[in-house]
Ligand binder design. Structure first.
Ligand code: FES
Ligand code: FES
Length: 158
């Protein structure tokens, strides 16, 4: 049996302390220990992007990290994007533009887009396509996802 390690992590503004198995993946910690099931587990090997979160300000695939590596870090998950009951413009635009079908990729897609808009507020369509290229969607064909991100970028710029 692997030994437990004590970690402290700030997730969506709240500090959590937990004892975790040293081999526990960060995605499993978020979903199974903290109950933040908005982050999805797809391939579990860094290929689909469904598990994307913000880790110390950068978009990372949480299936590629151990929970113990998150000790002392600050994480934002899809649950942390809405403020005072109001959805983030990206969440609203994904709904408005019908950029969601089965929804499995959506949380990861929105988190990677959130990071892109933070880094490049004046982002264009080509840059969005490049920026989300590590996140797979098996349903939509990406057209409406790109439209939604572009609309959110225009809204956030104002
Ligand atoms: S579940 Fe992490 S990249 Fe697919
Ligand atoms: S909406 Fe189904 S995988 Fe993207």
């Amino acid at each position: 049996m692997s030994k437990k390690v004590s970690i402290t992590v700030k997730v969506n503004g709240e500090v959590f302390k937990a004892d975790v198995e040293s081999r526990m993946l960060l995605i499993d910690f978020l979903r199974d220990v903290l109950g933040l099931t908005g982050t999805k587990k797809g391939c579990d090997e860094g290929k689909c992007g469904a598990c994307t979160i913000l880790f110390n300000g950068s978009a990372v695939k949480s299936c590629l990290m151990f929970a113990v590596q998150a000790d002392g870090s600050e994480i934002i998950t899809i649950e942390g994007l809405s403020k005072e009951g109001k959805l983030h413009p990206l969440q609203e635009e994904f709904m408005k533009n019908i950029a969601i079908q089965c929804g499995y990729c959506t949380a990861g897609m929105i988190m990677v887009a959130y990071n892109l808009l933070k880094l490049y507020p004046k982002i264009n369509e080509d840059e969005i396509r490049k920026g989300i290229s590590g996140n797979l969607c098996r349903c939509t064909g990406y057209v409406n996802i790109v439209k939604a991100i572009l609309s959110a970028a225009h809204r956030c710029e104002k």
